[in-house]
Unconditional design. Structure first.
Lengths: 955, 139
């Protein structure tokens, strides 16, 4: 049995007082063994003894090279005692990942077919450890033959069957065909392989629990099968699970049966999840796990936290978990790192918008105490939770800055990169962020944090410079202080930040130069060189150039979703399909490709990248567009996910379009992108080049210079939070077609990418401004533009619905007037007649221009209801409000008809000059007809505006 | 791996995550590295079963038994698990096979020539002859 030499050697090693002594003893023994191995006539016993010593040294942690020839000789030995040591050394070598020689493999394979039962068993064990397809192929038929043969002992057959299953699991391609499968399955019925009958032998009672390993294996197998669809099987399974649940014990009369009962419960919960969490089972699962996590047994707590995490990873509703929040918070405080990290993962998985703040606060506390190896992972989780659930921008900035300045350990650089990305791509955050940065420059904080602050001051300082507390000079002082506190490592950044501030505020150049000179004194040579160049640039005194150099001096910032993934890419094994990864949910959301499962055999499900284009024409949204013509502020589009409101500010020939996007769902919308699609913003490169404009210099042109792709793509829309983006346009010449406003986002529930294309709601009319013109001037121009080519006229019935839609816009007096009865109307008539006479008087030389317009509807005696009349009155009152908003100055006293509007506006284009536009609008309240006449210095303009206004006012 | 287990306090749970897998341990001598989805409690009981068998075999197993008879401990483990898969959970069956192996070894040892005689073998046959000797008296 034992070898005396080996025993003596082990005793000697154990008696060594120091590591050095032990090492010396090992070296001596190795030398001794080497000499003996040279002996060709080495006896089998000695071979076994020396190899045993080598194995022991390996187990004691020494790096030992085995002589594979000697090991092979042992394996080939006829004696079991020698053979078994040969195999033991082989298993050690396999674990140490030694390159095994062909001869040794051959020796092992030859044992497989030998008649010696022990040899075959040892060989089967060795084969089960070899992860090589070539070997597996070689032995497969033999092992398979052993399983189905009748001549072998059960003991040996059992090993062969297990070995075969290991091989097949490792290399499924080994299984040749279905027939072989069926043969194997039929063989499983043989009672000597699996014994599930009621009268199992006493040997398989484990602490009075029958065959627990078999039970759990069976529950596991059920998890690999599709859940049954027939209610009968489901009911059977549910009752089995419930009976397992009923055996819950949180006391330990017998530790073994207690552990097994709980192991079964955990497996039953896994099965419950696999069955899709039937309601009753789900709530029992949860209540059991609630008991687990509050149990005194620490192992049970661990299991409970892990399993709740597993439950949460497949749940949609997290509110059920919040009940256990406090238990989990308690576990967070445990000194045991295993418990703590389970609790962290669980909190991470079950956080909701409601609990995130509290959770982040608790996690921050843990972060300050956690051991260094875990802090990176935890910081990443905090960063993700904060970003995911931030509803207040100040909270996001506060937490992230605290995270960045957390100096206990070096935080993953991905985190501060992410902060910069997020802040630079969210305008709403910037003012607050830079204020915090300005207030955070203090001595003795973490250098990376200072760098972030200095960077923000340079990039964003100008946004708050108007406030006296953050005046440009104060910003300079703060940057100066940063250079003082942190010295050389930060000089370069401070210098650049100073230049950025100066580029916005040239008036502080003097002060900036002083500080730069000062910093230069203590800088390294390359930085001195850089500062010299900066100083020279500032001294040139060309603010425009400075701005050009220092605006976006860094490459554009993109909101890189990979960073989140990088943050999460930690210590997670690929694992089994049942393995839950706390991040899986987030990753799923982050990347639609991952989200759409490879296993989606269900073809009806849309593919992840399926693009759902919604091209919305103006017709569908005509009323919105009509309103925007004159109201210039309001809704542009709405669907079930988002609402788009816009505001148009024009100072012809330029116009600004403010697009406000609101996520009207209750979940976060990801990968939101908004762009003007007439232009392609492909790569980074073309973005830069686009400043050299080669796009047509006509029509409505989108000005790209202010456009930063990063600010417009891959955005995250939090529910109910408004996001505003601005687009600049210039009107080069008359236009009647516009670029498209393209919005796209990921619809996570459908797995589609939705794209909405809308015409930009900017109209040529937005470039018309009122121009003050005397009656006489107006008349002369009106006459000049007489003739079919400049004039465009249309008759339509007014859309009186506008009145109710815009009632609030109609002056109160007008409403009052409209309500007056007929008798009052006559007195108005008188006044009107007077006016008419007056106007005729002033036009003594020229006949009234409007006399010619014979198309004017004659006031026939159509009977119309008072209501309709009233509506027409109100309609007219509204039009008096609308025309000036459209850009027409009302020239009073031109038209004798009181219910008419005469106005003039001027359209300004950048390249083709200005266009006078004259307008007359008449209403016949009796016939309920309206006539609109336009005369402009360009025929296409008069016809276009006439068409647009007819759409606006007509039915 | 043993370093990590060494750092654990007695009150801590028996599971530690380590490089993408899980460590389930009973004490410093019984450490199993399992995949993330393994049932930890069940693994703990595999270890327990192993300890029960060792106990039976060595008779109240102690640290020294395992150190000086490491190969035997491995041979027994080979009857319990194969490549990480539980192979046989019956204590009786495992001990029976182990005893058979011991018999083969004893037989091989007794066959050995004097030149490479193992003293244990001598001692055992000596004890045997003493027993026979005593028996001859009692008869």
């Amino acid at each position: 049995m034992s070898m005396r030499g080996l025993t003596a050697f082990i005793t000697e090693l154990r008696n060594c007082k120091t590591d050095e002594e032990e090492q010396r003893r090992v070296n001596k023994e190795l030398a001794n063994i080497r000499t003996h191995f040279k002996d060709k006539k080495l006896s089998g016993y000695n071979r076994k003894k020396y190899v045993s010593k080598l194995i022991f040294m390996t187990l004691a942690g020494y790096n030992i090279d085995f002589d594979q020839k000697i090991v092979e000789d042992l394996v080939r030995s006829e004696k079991y005692s020698e053979k078994s040591i040969g195999y033991l050394s082989f298993s050690v070598m396999i674990q140490e990942q030694t390159n095994i020689t062909k001869n040794l493999y051959n020796a092992i394979l030859s044992d497989l077919t030998k008649t010696s039962e022990v040899g075959t068993c040892l060989s089967l064990h060795a084969i089960s450890m070899i992860d090589k397809e070539k070997i597996a192929k070689l032995v497969y038929e033999t092992v398979y033959g052993m399983v189905i043969s009748y001549g072998l002992q059960n003991y040996q057959k059992k090993k062969a069957a297990l070995c075969l299953s290991i091989l097949i699991r490792r290399f499924p391609q080994l299984l040749k065909d279905k027939a072989q499968c069926e043969e194997l399955i039929s063989y499983l019925n043989h009672s000597h392989l699996i014994n599930i009958s009621n009268d199992f032998s006493e040997d398989y009672l484990y602490h009075s629990i029958p065959a627990p390993w078999l039970q759990i294996k069976l529950i596991r197998i059920l998890q690999y099968l599709k859940p049954p669809t027939d209610t009968e099987s489901l009911q059977t399974l549910e009752s089995i699970i419930q009976s397992i649940f009923s055996k819950i014990s949180i006391y330990k009369p017998n530790l073994q049966s207690y552990n097994i009962a709980n192991a079964l419960i955990v497996e039953a919960i896994n099965l419950t999840i696999h069955l899709g969490n039937p309601k009753a089972l789900f709530s029992s699962s949860l209540s059991i796990l609630g008991k687990f996590i509050s149990a005194r047994d620490i192992n049970l707590q661990y299991i409970g936290l892990d399993a709740i995490g597993h439950l949460a990873s497949v749940s949609e509703d997290f509110s059920v978990f919040s009940k256990y929040k406090n238990n989990v918070y308690a576990s967070l405080k445990f000194p045991d790192i295993s418990i703590q990290s389970r609790a962290i993962d669980l909190l991470f998985a079950i956080s909701t918008i409601e609990t995130a703040k509290e959770t982040v606060e608790k996690l921050m506390k843990v972060l300050r105490k956690v051991e260094p190896s875990k802090s990176g992972d935890l910081a990443a989780k905090i960063a993700i939770l904060t970003e995911k659930f931030a509803t207040e921008y100040t909270w996001y900035v506060d937490v992230m800055f605290e995270l960045v300045s957390y100096s206990g350990n070096k935080i993953d650089s991905n985190i501060w990169q992410r902060v910069i990305q997020v802040v630079l791509t969210h305008e709403e955050l910037q003012r607050y962020a830079v204020k915090v940065s300005l207030a955070s420059i203090k001595p003795k904080i973490y250098l990376d944090a200072v760098k972030v602050h200095v960077y923000f001051i340079g990039e964003l300082g100008h946004l708050v410079a108007a406030e006296s507390d953050y005046a440009p000079l104060i910003q300079l002082e703060i940057l100066d202080a940063a250079a003082d506190f942190y010295g050389q490592p930060i000089h370069s950044m401070v210098a650049t930040a100073i230049c950025k501030v100066v580029s916005h505020f040239p008036e502080i150049s003097e002060e900036a130069l002083k500080i730069l000179e000062k910093i230069k004194q203590s800088s390294t040579i390359p930085i001195q060189q850089k500062i010299n160049e900066y100083i020279a640039l500032i001294k040139l005194g060309k603010p425009n150039m400075l701005q050009a150099i220092f605006t976006n001096v860094d490459s554009p910032v993109y909101l890189d979703p990979n960073i989140t993934k990088k943050l999460l890419l930690r210590s997670k094994s690929i694992g089994d399909r049942r393995t839950w990864v706390p991040e899986s949910r987030i990753l799923k959301n982050e990347d639609s490709n991952l989200h759409n499962h490879v296993s989606a055999t269900n073809k009806t499900k849309p593919l992840s990248n399926a693009i759902k284009d919604t091209i919305v024409s103006v017709e569908d949204l005509q009323s919105y567009y009509n309103n925007l013509l004159w109201d210039r502020e309001g809704r542009l589009f709405v669907n079930e996910d988002i609402e788009i409101k816009v505001r148009i500010e024009s100072s012809p020939p330029r116009a600004k379009l403010f697009v406000e996007i609101v996520n009207i769902t209750a979940v976060i919308i990801r990968q939101f992108e908004v762009k003007i699609s007439q232009y392609e913003f492909g790569s980074n490169e073309s973005d830069k080049n686009s400043n050299l404009d080669d796009s047509p210099q006509e029509g409505l042109q989108f000005i790209k210079s202010g456009y930063r792709r990063s600010l417009h793509s891959d955005l995250k829309l939090l529910p109910k939070i408004h996001l505003e983006r601005t687009f600049d346009f210039v009107c080069n010449s008359f236009f009647d077609s516009v670029p498209e406003l393209e919005l796209s986002y990921l619809n996570e529930s459908m797995g589609t990418r939705n794209t909405v294309k809308l015409p930009v709601p900017i109209n040529f009319i937005h470039f018309i401004e009122p121009v003050k013109l005397s009656k006489e001037d107006f008349m002369s121009r009106w006459s000049q533009l007489k003739g079919s080519s400049y004039e465009n006229s249309s008759i339509f019935s007014p859309n009186t619905k506008l009145v109710s839609e815009h009632e609030s816009k109609i002056p109160k007096e007008a409403i009052a007037t409209a309500n007056l009865d007929q008798s009052n109307e006559s007195s108005i008539q008188e006044t009107e007649n007077q006016l008419k006479n007056m106007s005729l008087d002033t036009e003594s030389f020229e006949p009234s221009p409007f006399v010619e317009t014979s198309k004017e509807p004659s006031p026939a005696q159509t009977i119309s209801g008072n209501n309709l009349k009233k509506d027409i009155h109100l309609f007219f009152a509204l039009s008096k409000v609308v025309f000036p908003s459209l850009g027409f100055f009302e020239v009073e006293g031109v038209d004798p008809d009181p219910e008419s509007f005469v106005g003039v506006g001027i359209a300004t284009t950048k390249n083709s000059g200005r266009f006078g536009t004259l307008l007359r609008f008449e209403l016949d309240s009796e016939k309920s007809l309206a006539q609109l006449t336009l005369r402009a210095t360009s025929p296409e303009i008069s016809s276009y505006i006439s068409k647009q206004l007819t759409k606006l006012f007509g039915k | 791996m043993s370093k990590i287990v060494l750092q654990r306090r007695p009150k801590d749970c028996n599971f530690v995550e380590y490089q993408g897998s899980k460590i389930v341990y009973r004490n410093l001598y019984f450490i199993a590295s399992v995949s993330q989805d393994e049932n930890e409690l069940l693994m703990l009981e595999v270890i327990h079963r192993y300890v029960e068998i060792l106990d039976k075999y060595f008779g109240n197993v102690c640290e020294l038994d395992l150190i000086f008879n490491f190969q035997k401990a491995y041979f027994i483990l080979n009857e319990l698990v194969m490549s990480g898969e539980l192979q046989e959970s019956s204590k009786k069956a495992i001990l029976r096979v182990t005893m058979q192996q011991d018999e083969i070894e004893q037989f091989e040892n007794s066959e050995r020539g004097w030149g490479e005689l193992n003293l244990d073998g001598v001692a055992k046959s000596a004890i045997l002859s003493v027993k026979e000797f005593k028996q001859s008296f009692t008869r």
